[in-house]
Design a protein around this ligand. Structure first.
Ligand SMILES: *Cc1c(COP(=O)(O)O)cnc(C)c1O
Length: 239
């Protein structure tokens, strides 16, 4: 194996151990939690190695980096998640490679995603990004809709041609009542998911937890964790 492959294999093994331990501690089966490796800022060669090591879900947050990387890796058996703030002028490109968009947070984005998904004859899975630090009807600092806006947005996605409502996503807030209380934040997301599933039973994905707080997310009931630095290393630049 190459040095990089050894390094990624060792990191993946550690993350796998953490997820398995968190599942055991929570009395959950290991297969209830899916690992998504966030490959942003890292090259396509790393994505290829991860695929060789058995990773099946990857995530990106910037279209200009993700589009060429996904094109280079189109032969790999990967599911691509888009997790970044998304401008409507990037939607056509993103729909070209993303199987899921986890950062759906406004109606304009739903309209644009639906239009491009239909045009591309693709079905795009959508998670509503929830901002737990937003005021009643605002959007969060890092994207996301306030909890009060989930129902309306979910209804829009569920009725939109080319889109599939898959669930909810959040990032632990740095400000507001949940700052420094990751597990409480993720438990709140689980409650919101329970509410959502009353109207949309199939929308059962709960995407929460990153390198620093995946244990808290698994304890709260997350179905998907998004892990970047713990697998790939500290990012060379902000992303
Ligand atoms: C970068 C990123 C992650 C991964 O964060 P790490 O701390 O590197 O594990 C997860 N989710 C989103 C939305 C991200 O932008």
């Amino acid at each position: 194996m190459t040095d990089r492959k050894d390094e990624l294999a060792a990191n993946l093994a550690k993350v796998e151990q953490r997820i398995a331990a968190a599942c055991a501690a929570a009395g959950r089966a290991r297969d209830e939690v899916t690992l998504i490796v966030v490959t942003k800022t890292y090259p396509a060669s790393d994505v290829r190695i991860l695929a060789e090591l058995g990773v099946r879900h990857v995530a990106e947050n910037k279209d200009q980096d993700a589009a060429p990387k996904a094109a280079e890796c189109s032969d790999l058996p990967l599911t691509w998640h888009f997790v970044g703030q998304l401008q409507t002028n990037k939607v056509r490109s993103v729909v070209g490679y993303a199987d899921l968009v986890q950062s759906v947070d406004r109606s304009k984005l739903v309209t644009a995603l639906s239009k491009e998904a239909v045009k591309a004859e693709r079905e795009v899975g959508c998670l509503i990004q929830v901002a737990l630090d937003a005021g009643a009807s605002e959007r969060g600092e890092r994207g996301g809709v306030a909890p009060g806006g989930i129902g309306e947005l979910a209804g829009l996605v569920a009725r939109a041609p080319g889109l599939r409502l898959d669930g909810l996503m959040t990032v632990a807030p740095l400000t507001g009542e949940y700052a420094g209380r990751e597990q409480a934040a993720f438990e709140r997301l689980m409650d919101l998911s329970t509410d959502l599933r009353r109207d949309h039973p199939a929308a059962n994905m709960v995407s929460a937890g990153m390198s620093a707080d995946l244990e808290q997310a698994v304890a709260a009931g997350a179905t998907h964790v998004r892990v970047g630095t713990a697998v790939l290393g500290v990012r060379p630049r902000l992303g």
